[in-house]
Structures are given as C-alpha cells and as structure tokens.
Design a protein around this ligand. Structure first.
Ligand SMILES: Nc1ncnc2c1ncn2[C@@H]1O[C@H](COP(=O)(O)OP(=O)(O)O)[C@@H](O)[C@H]1O
Ligand SMILES: [Mg+2]
Length: 784
C-alpha cells in the first residue's frame, strides 16, 4: 500500500471535482480499487483530473448492478449517494475499445453539495470531511484490535474472506481509522451497508459495526459447518447401517432363520388361541404391520414383543374349582399350624363364594405383623380351591404405570403387574395375592392405588385396560386376596372393599409347633441335608424362641434355623461330622442370648406404669412416666404423642383432680406443681385411646407418692366417669406382656370374650378384667 496519509486536501474547502459513479462498491479512504469506465462523460472527467491533481470523487449508486442490466443506460444523478470518497488516480490504462481502466486509492471522505452535469462532464461541488476525531485512545484501539483478531481467528478454515496472515497485519496497524478501513475493504459488505458506515461520524461506531458484522459471519459459518458435517455424518451412518443390515440378512439366510418364518409361527399360534374379539383384531393388525416392517428395525422388535405378550396370555383357560370344603380344610390344616379361627373364616368365605359365584364378594385381606403366615396362607387358599396362584408385590410401587402398564412407545415397556401376574398364573381365574397393599405409595407419576381399585372392583374389572397390551382384559374371574401389616395406611376406598381377617402373632408354644412341623423340615431339605442328619431338640427350639427372637411371627426364627443348618452343612463338609445342638453350641454359633427376660419386673417405682400397645409389628410393652415439679399447674406432654393420646392424658388428669380427695391428695398440688407426662422411645409416634388407664395410674402414683406394682401391665380406654372401655389387639398385647416377663395383665371387662377366643393362652400370666378405673388403682398402687 502506498503511503498517502498526508495528501489530504485543505479543510472546509469547496471545490469542483469530477465524479466516478461506482456500482456495487463503496470506496473507503486507503482502499485501492480498479475501475473500468466506459461512459465518455466520465472518461473526460478522468482525463481532466489527470491534468490537474489526479483527484476524482467516487460516489456509490443506490441501485445495484442487477438493475443496470441494459448496457449504456446512463446513471441518473438522483441515484447517487451524497457522501463519497475522494481518491487519487494511481494508474490509468486506455483500452482499445475507447474505455479506460483506472486504479484509484481512496484518500478522504467528502460530502456533495451539488452535482452539475454538463454535456461534456459530470462534476460535483464538494466539501471534504475531516478525518474522524480521535475518540479512540490507545486502550480502545488495542481492545478493538484484539477483538477483531480473535473474531477472525474463530472463523472456520472454509472461510475465504481473509488470508491466513490477516490477523497479523491488522495487529500491526496503529491508526484505528486505517485499521477500520483496512478491515472494511476485506469484508465484502453489501453496498448499502458499506455506505452507512461511510457516513458514520465516530470511529468507534464504525469499529462496533465491524465487530457485529464479523460475529454474524462467524455464527452463520458455524451453522453452515454444522450442517455440512451432520449431513456427512448421517450419510456415513446410514450407509454403514445399510451395509451391516445387508450382511445380517445374508447371515440369517445362511442360517436359515429369517424373520418371516417367526411371523408365520405367530400366526399359527394365534389361530389356535381363544383370543377375545378385540385381542384378535389387535393381533391381526400387529401381524400385518410386522410384515411390512423391516425385520430387524426397532419398531419390529417392539411389535414382536407386543405380539408375544398377546400370545402368552391364557386366553380362555379357566380351571375348575374344587368345591369340596372338607378337602379345602384339609389343605389349609396341612399347610399351617393353628390359626383355627382364621381357617374357619376362610372356609366360610369360600363356602359363600362357591354358592354364589358372582364375584361381588368382598376381597379378603389378611392383616397382621410380619412373619405370621399371611403370604403363605394366600398360597394355601389357592391350593385349597384348586386354582393357580400368583403374587403381586405392590410395596413401594409409586408409578401408576406399574399397575396399568407402560405405553408401548418406548423400549423396555412392560404390561402392568396384574397382566404379568395373569401370565405367570397361566389361567383366567387364579388367586392373585396383592402382597403388602398397605405399602403402596403415590407420587407425581400418578396414584397407583386408584388403578388398583379399578382392577379390584368387580364393577370395573371385567374390562381392565392395560396400556401395554392395548386391549381390555377380563379380571372378573380372579380371586383377589390382599395382605397388610397396618390397615390404617390403606386408602379408605380400598379398605371398604375388603373383609379383614386379623392374624395376631403366635405364643411360644405355637411357635414351637410351627417350627417342628413346618419350618425345620423345609429348611433341612433346602440346606441339602436330611432329617436323619440333623435334629433340634425341644429345649433348643425354645431357647431360640425365647433367647434369640422377639417377634410376633416366625420369620426371624426361621432365619435362625437356616443359619444353624448352614453351620451344620459347613462343619459336615469340613470334618465329615455333624453338630449336636445344645445351648452351648448354639451360643457358639449364634452368639449369646439376645433377649433377656424379666426386664421390667423387679423394682416398683413411683410414676412408672407398664402399658400395652398394638403396633403393625405386633404387641409392645410401653412404659408411661409421670413426674411432678414445683410450678403452676401446667401439663407437659412429650414423646411424640398423637392427638388422641394427648386427649386421653388430659381426661386422665381431669379425672384425677375430681377424685383427689378419695385418695387423700391435697388439691393444692394441682396448682403448685406442674405435671410432666412422658412416653419413652420418642422417635416412634404413638397414638390411640388404649393408654387411658395406664396414664391415669402413673398420674395417681405421682400425686399420692405411692409406687406402681411393676409386675402388672395394662391396657384400656378411660372415660371421664372412670369406666374402662374395650380395646383392640388383645392377643398381640398378651404375647408382648409374656415376652417381657410380666405376670399380671389388666384388660377391660368387655374384652373378656376376645381372650376366651384365643386358642392357646400364654402360660404363667394372670389376666384381670376390670370395669372401673378404681379397680385398676386398687390392683397396682402399692401402699406407701
Ligand atoms: N401357622 C403357620 N404354620 C406353618 N407355617 C407358618 C405359619 N405361620 C407362618 N409360617 C411360615 O412362616 C414363614 C413366614 O410367613 P409369611 O407368609 O412370609 O409371613 P407374612 O407374609 O405374614 O409376613 C413362612 O415360611 C410360613 O410358611
Ligand atoms: Mg408376606
């Protein structure tokens, strides 16, 4: 580039100058442009300028070259912008056809005041525009240089606007105006945009516009690049897939298993099934779609799985029920020890079902603590009826789709648990055991219990729609049985449908029988041993029950037998000798006894009473504590008591105050002391009214200063008249008292019939029935 900086023309000078209109290009100062001129008027102007100071004015046209199709069409004066660049002709070449080629370098911007065309010349009166004021200091310049250079370096290599060393050149230009002009001359801006920049007054405005433009170029070339590579990739990928697929087909042909033949298998199988009409239609539809789909595509896999599910349902398969109740009784007795009342109720239920088989009978719910045989009873019922059996575990199911099925749109979709269970059972009328129905959850993915209700409801389950199967399925022949630990957490509408049979838990004697007759023989076989090898004496079984477990059911006990059988097997393999189990060897293998009896008996204390409580895991002994301290008569309740329990505590306090004189309590104590009632094991929420008499005993104990007899445990609701009202969970509570070594238990008189209904009462416990709380106090309050 030739040095031209100082060749500017004097400021504010009005002068006449020849005009060269430029089409499609806006010339900036410092820019060098070659121009081809054909118009005689313009050529004359150029020649005139050559004789003087070689200066001409280049003015861009508003219209683009596309609009100057016809050659020789003169450019109208109105079509010229009024700001242009004065340039110096560097070289001039005359062409043979009369035209000229000129090389011009821009020098300075100028504004046109008037254009004066004559017949021979196109001249204009102009005023030069001073170079930009220096609004761009060094720092700013550096900033712009840096920005421009980084933007240019971001351009993808496919971009042809800039040469590789462009950035280097730019960084060496010191004058911001020159820099901007230099960059502009490379940008290839459309003429109207370039003109806009030419007319700007501040250099920073121009530089900002340049940055903006560069950014646009970069983002559009990035997009281009992306499209280019992605089409390239997709072409590669589909070619690859096609190639692999062809190979696969060839291999399959060689092996003689092509997918058409398994469609034929499907059709054959389908023809022999007793589909419902709807299922038949769906099946045919899927088969015809499958035929049209390429055998190894994803859709085909999804369809094939669906067809397989349709084929695997037990369409039309119904077993005949065993209607003989004596046989049913025999099966139940063989499977389970004891549980007489429960078996009776099951047999009653079955009898009704046999006589009136219209499905409207309620659903059985076996409720009780873990390990008391609910699940296994369900199996026995199926056996007793001669039906197939499947279990649906709904504990922890949060997603409605687990019940209703997933939509087939995604890979790995499955039918809901009910359809799965029917497939497993293999008949349309199995016994389906919905296990742990109280543990069903709900979440943002819908409410599974609503779907469950629909499946269980005889009004609706004739046509239960599973999303995966895509057809309605008849569940009305199914006998549903449910199990639960805790009835209170079952959603109300579900609970209303159910006939609850409560299983309480076993006494030590019952556990011994269950262990001897059912648990041990099964576990011995499961451990690969035989009855002749190993035996457990009565003493050992009792030791395991009382010393190593504290549970309502027998699950922990059966784990202990498993452990001991495994120890036996190992010893037998290592030494070819068995183990004879004694208290000592058991302690060697299982560790010392974990349960220490008679924990609570012994010291009689003021303010502490043994209460009996029911929990989903069986009965519990819960101590209620009361304490007096100087104060103003406040009542403090702690230990996570529920509302009902808090109310019974208040009722007990009121009763105590109104009967204070009968027990020689000074009524001033109720205003001079605060009463604190606490139930330990604070992390467990406690509720229910059955602690009424227990709370009252503790309260009377602190106000009278008389200790409570710790051999007693009690349960009973209290009203303000001092009557003791009946409670639930009698057997569980009795068992808990027994386990804790308590020898005397107080129950409400109205529960006497429940106690009489228990098959085998735990031994060594005296049961006292009471009507009024004064009887309770006379039993438990020890003399001072
Ligand atoms: N009365 C009983 N007679 C025979 N076996 C029993 C009895 N009660 C429980 N069992 C056995 O105890 C184990 C645990 O019972 P399970 O049905 O799993 O209890 P749950 O479902 O109530 O938690 C099973 O092996 C079961 O056969
Ligand atoms: Mg169970």
């Amino acid at each position: 580039m030739k040095k031209q900086e100082n060749k500017t023309i004097g400021m504010a000078e009005h002068r006449k100058i020849a005009v060269i209109p430029t089409i499609d290009v806006v010339v900036f100062p410092h820019m060098v442009v070659p121009l081809l001129v054909l118009d005689t008027k313009i050529i004359a102007g150029i020649q005139q300028a050559m004789k003087e100071d070689k200066k001409v004015l280049m003015l861009a046209t508003k219209t683009t070259s596309n609009n100057y199709e016809e050659e020789g069409e003169p450019i109208s004066i109105d079509d010229l912008y009024h700001v242009g660049t004065v340039g110096e002709i560097i070289r001039l070449m005359e062409l043979s056809d009369g035209g000229v080629k000129v090389l011009i370098q821009g020098v300075q911007k100028a504004i046109v005041h008037r254009i004066t065309p004559t017949d021979e010349l196109l001249n204009a009166t102009i005023e030069l525009i001073a170079p930009f004021e220096e609004d761009c200091n060094n720092e700013k310049r550096e900033y712009y240089t840096q920005q421009i250079c980084t933007l240019i370096s971001k351009l993808p290599p496919s971009n042809t606007l800039f040469s590789p060393d462009f950035a280097t050149i730019v960084s060496q230009i010191e004058h911001p105006q020159k820099m901007s002009d230099f960059v502009l001359s490379h940008l290839n801006l459309p003429a109207h945009q370039a003109q806009e920049l030419l007319e700007k007054h501040l250099i920073t405005e121009v530089l900002d516009a340049i940055l903006l433009h560069l950014e646009r170029i970069i983002s559009s070339s990035e997009v281009e690049e992306k499209i280019r590579t992605s089409t390239r990739e997709s072409i590669n990928k589909s070619q690859r897939e096609y190639y692999l697929r062809e190979q696969l087909r060839a291999i399959q042909k060689e092996l003689g298993d092509d997918s058409d033949s398994d469609i034929e298998d499907f059709e054959q199988k389908g023809a022999s099934l007793a589909f419902s009409d709807e299922a038949r239609t769906e099946f045919n539809r899927q088969i015809s779609r499958l035929k049209k789909t390429s055998g190894d595509s994803l859709e085909a896999t999804v369809m094939r799985n669906h067809v397989e599910w349709l084929l695997s349902m037990p369409w039309g398969i119904v077993t005949n029920d065993n209607n003989d109740i004596t046989v049913a009784k025999k099966v139940l007795d063989e499977g389970h020890f004891g549980l007489n009342e429960i078996k009776e109720r099951i047999l009653d239920y079955l009898s009704v079902k046999y006589l009136k088989d219209d499905c409207s009978s309620p659903i059985l719910c076996l409720a009780g603590p873990p390990g008391v045989g609910k699940t296994s009873l369900g199996k026995s019922i199926a056996q007793a009826m001669g039906r197939s059996f499947a279990r649906i575990a709904v504990g922890g199911v949060h997603d409605e789709a687990e019940v209703r099925g997933h939509r087939r749109t995604y890979v790995g979709a499955l039918p809901g648990r009910f359809v799965q269970a029917i497939k497993k059972a293999g008949t349309l009328n199995p016994v389906l055991l919905i296990d742990e129905i109280d543990k069903i959850g709900s979440s943002q993915k819908g409410d599974p219990s609503a779907a469950l209700l629909e499946a269980l409801d005889p009004e609706q389950n004739k046509a239960f729609y599973d999303n995966y199967l895509g057809v309605h399925f008849d569940f009305s022949k199914v006998l549903f049985i449910t199990t639960a630990n805790d009835l209170s957490t079952i959603p109300g509408p579900l609970r209303d449908r159910m006939e609850v049979i409560q299983l309480a838990g076993y006494t030590k004697e019952e556990k011994m029988e269950i262990a001897r007759r059912h648990l041990i023989p099964g576990i011995i076989v499961d451990s690969g041993l035989s009855k002749t090898d190993i035996s457990f004496s009565k003493d050992i079984i009792e030791e395991l029950i009382t010393g190593y477990t504290r549970e309502a059911g027998v699950r922990g006990l059966s784990k202990l037998f498993q452990k001991l059988c495994a120890k036996y097997a190992r010893t037998y393999i290592e030494t070819k000798k068995g183990i004879s189990f004694t208290k000592k060897t058991v302690a060697e293998h299982l560790g010392p006894r974990r349960v220490i009896d008679s924990l609570r008996v012994g010291v009689h204390k003021v303010g502490i009473t043994n209460g009996l409580a029911w929990t989903p895991f069986g009965g519990e002994v819960m101590q209620m504590e009361a304490l007096l301290m100087p104060g103003t008569g406040k009542l403090i309740l702690t230990g996570q008591l529920g509302d009902v329990m808090k109310e019974s505590a208040r009722a007990a306090v009121s009763y105590a105050r109104s009967h204070a004189h009968e027990f020689g309590i000074d009524s001033k104590m109720f205003v001079e002391y605060d009463l604190h009632i606490h139930v330990p094991a604070g992390a467990i929420p406690k509720d229910g009214p059955s602690a009424g008499i227990t709370l009252l005993s503790s309260i009377f104990s602190v106000y009278t200063g008389r200790a409570i007899n710790s051999e007693f445990a009690m349960t009973g609701e209290l009203n303000l008249q001092g009557n003791v009202l009946p409670i639930g969970g009698v057997k569980e509570k009795l068992l808990a008292a027994k386990q804790h070594g308590l020898t005397r238990v107080i129950f409400p008189k109205q529960n006497e019939k429940d106690v009489k209904g228990i098959d085998t009462l735990p031994d060594g416990i005296k049961i006292l029935f009471v009507d009024n709380v004064k009887e309770v106090l006379s039993y438990v309050l020890l003399p001072k």
